[in-house]
Structures are given as C-alpha cells and as structure tokens.
Design a protein around this ligand. Sequence first.
Ligand code: R5P
Length: 293
Amino acid sequence: MMNKPIIFALPGNEALAHSLIVSLKAEKGEAEIRRFPDGESYIKVKSDLTDKDAILVCTLHQPDDKLLSLYFFCNTLKDFGAKKITLIAPYLAYMRQDKLFNPGECITSELFAKLISSLVDKLITIDPHLHRRTGLDEIYSIPTQVLHVATLISLWIKENLTNAVLIGPDSESEQWVSAVAKAADSKYLILEKTRRSDNEVTIKVPEVVQPDLHTPVLVDDIISTGITMAETIKQLIKTGYRSPVCIGVHGIFATNAYERLLKSGADRVITTNTIPHPTNQIAIDELIRTALQ
Ligand code: R5P
C-alpha cells in the first residue's frame, strides 16, 4: 500500500471517502470546495501535502458538472506538493460513445480519457462500460485498475432471492450477467434490444415454458433513463413472468428513471453504491479498500 495516503472527497463522495479513511487508517484530506454566487469554483486545499500520495474520491455521473472542479482540484493538489494522485471514480462516465456512429460526431470516450489521464496518475474504477473495447488502456494513458462487482451481486442474490433466473436486456449485458449467474449458480437469459433513440428501445423476450416458476432478476451495468429496464419489465410481465427484481451496477437514474421502473412493474430496484442513491444495497467499499492495499 502507498505510505499513509491522504484521502480527499469531492462533494457528494464523502461517505465512501470516510469509509476508506477509517478502514485504511488514512489521513482525511481537508479542503474547501464551493461555488461563488456566479457559479465559478473556489478551491482551497488545507492539508499539508508535502511528499504525500493523494487519493481523490469522485464518482463521475453527471460528469460535465464535475470536470472543472476536478481539473482545478487535481492541479491544486500537485501545486501544493502531492507526489501522486489516484482517482477513485467508481462510476466512469463517457464510455458509451466509443465509436463514430454518424459523421461529424465526437468520440467523447477518447477525449474524456485523455483529459482524465492528464489530471491524475492512476485511475481505479468499477465495471466500466467496456463494450467495443477490451480494456481501459486502449484510451487511458495512465495505469488503470478495473474492479468487478459480479461476486457481490451474486452474493446479494443468493442471500435475498430464491429460484432466481438472471436476465440481461441486450447482448452488451451478457458479460456481467453471465459472470453474476455463474457465481450465483443461476441460469441466465439474454434478450434482444434495439435502441431506436435516447428515449426509445424495443425488447424481444423469447417464449419460455412456465416463466412464473422463477424469480426474474434483471441485471444491467447502467440504469440511466431506465427505459431499457422499464421496457424489459413490461415485456417480461406480458410473457408471463412475475414482477422482476432489477439490479443495476451503476444507478444514474436520470430524471424520473426510478419512478419509471416502479411504475412499469419492478418488484424492487437494487444498485451498488458506485453512485449514492436510496436503492444502494450492495457496498463496493471493501472492494476498493482491498485494491488500495
Ligand atoms: C447499454 O449500452 C447499457 O448497458 C445500458 O443498457 C443502458 O445504458 C441503459 O440506459 P437506459 O437506462 O437509458 O435505457
């Protein structure tokens, strides 16, 4: 482990930072981060950083609102003596625009990776949306460490559900659904999704004999608008399944996504705490602590 790291939280990340400070017996980084009335940022690092390795906890949903503070903060840490900065971003944004879908588009995942690589020395994250990429090192030029929650999710399923059948809404989800199913000793089913626009998807559910015998557990990496899961829930119920339990690794819950899932017939919605939300029931703290040791 690094020598006595000092751990800072960007606003909204205090709970995870606190848990890491306690479990690692690390120093709590003191800083003032606030906005002026005109919306500009004020940053002041109060801790002595001379020759210290800094760990910065900042999950990156709604990234555009956070990037400038992150840029100012990382540069200030370095200006005041931090030897090395490790960014803990349990949710890593901008992973989905990973190719040119239409001429003229920006491949944001590449530029975002370039920017983060210029700010910190190492990145630790949880299950990033690696769809067409085999690893973060394809776009990040700093060392990266990817942690996986499949075992934690399967443990939650084993402890809380009986006769679960895991369901992934699309081929992209197969990588995590199959890993969770394997660890939970459950069967799994991957559906066919066609995304028509940001707000419209169609899902095809195959006919299954006696679907109501199982507890359907929908598993996906990201719940953003909730449209993928909501549409899947509706189709599953139409096919004769019971109300599914919905598990998302990263619960972004854009606008009314959570209410949308409950209205569509979800039995319950469960997420990990990569993004703080009332649905957090699977804690990633220990996973990160171990990675830092
Ligand atoms: C797809 O690429 C992802 O794995 C998720 O299925 C998707 O991001 C969910 O988005 P939404 O909640 O907006 O349908």
